[in-house]
Design a protein around this ligand. Structure first.
Ligand code: DAK
Length: 260
């Protein structure tokens, strides 16, 4: 029986998605992308899951990029389809109804860095390495990297990474804001699960709306973003979670959110 390329471990309220192709440093080929796509649909619809973690199998890599062997054989049309599919899957990560945290446990190169960027934020182990080395292969980042990197790091830093193709350490990635925290390798999953649990205690509807507002609001004028925020706030006032959250505060107890 062939190994599953993407594993899903469900420990409500968390779910961990593991890219499981360690022999190829978890490189993303079409099959992996398709399994990831289906796994994302499953976690999105599962009401017991409130926060999702994405990591890589083995001790060496998160994801070492798109599969170079597969890409080397691609025709222009196949290249376009592959890039577009990767972009759509990564957009699905970004647009997931629940927060997604990247646990970067090793090489995050090319499509691997782009996958971490599509998550809401990333924690990394001290041995992690980041970079978008596509130009060294005669291509450029094609899974949203030319768009998400400048939004996160600013244009200058993004262009330096994209145009040199150089690798940076986890601590450099932390300094430029690509990851939120760096910890020893054996503490990575505990650190990610700790912050994931802190998030999972909060109202699921509020989490989902707040995540979307940050993403959508980032690309539109401030005034429009604020209008969107107030309309979304109004909508949130209609939820049972809002009533429960405030009632619990006034009754000096912990809220029991239902996600509706
Ligand atoms: N693809 C396929 N196989 C890979 C791979 C990758 N990205 N990275 C590593 N592997 C495989 C190696 O070929 C090797 O396989 P075997 O020889 O054992 O069969 C195995 O994983 C172990 O790798 P190494 O032997 O190389 O391990 P080392 O420790 O020596 O080196 C490394 C680790 C991460 C420094 C090295 O493997 C490396 O440089 N890997 C490539 C990293 C890279 O360049 N990543 C970016 C890939 S390009 C687009 C669509 C998408 C994209 C761009 C454009 N459009 C169509 C516009 C996205 C592109 C990318 O992500």
């Amino acid at each position: 029986m062939s190994e599953e390329l993407v594993l899903l471990e469900k420990t409500p309220p968390l779910a961990t998605i593991t890219i499981n192709r360690p022999k190829a440093l978890n490189a993303l080929n079409s099959e992996v992308l398709s399994s990831l796509d289906q796994t994302l649909d499953r976690v999105n619809e599962d009401e017991e899951i409130h926060v999702v973690i994405i990591t890589g199998a083995g001790e060496k890599a998160f994801v070492a990029g798109a599969d170079i062997a597969e890409m080397s054989e691609m025709s222009p049309l196949e290249g376009t389809n592959f890039s577009r599919y990767g972009q759509l899957v990564f957009k699905k990560v970004q647009d997931l109804k629940k927060p997604v945290i990247a646990a970067v446990n090793g090489y995050a190169l090319g499509g691997g860095s782009e996958l971490a960027l599509a998550c809401d934020f990333a924690y990394a182990s001290e041995n992690a390495k980041f970079g978008v080395p596509e130009v060294t292969l005669g291509i450029f980042p094609g899974f949203g990297g030319t768009q998400r990197l400048p939004r996160l790091l600013g244009k200058g830093r993004a262009k330096e990474l994209i145009l040199t193709g150089k690798m940076i350490s986890a601590s450099e990635a932390y300094e430029i804001g690509m990851v939120n925290k760096v910890v020893p390798p054996d503490q990575l999953m505990d650190a990610v699960k700790e912050v994931a649990m802190q998030i999972a205690k909060n109202g699921p509807v509020a989490l989902s709306i707040a995540k979307g507002l940050v993403d959508v609001g980032y690309d539109i004028p401030l005034d429009d973003g604020c209008v969107l925020e107030s309309r979304s706030f109004g909508m949130c006032c209609a939820t049972e979670d809002k009533k429960e959250g405030m009632k619990a505060f006034l009754e000096k107890r912990k809220p029991v959110f239902k996600g509706r």
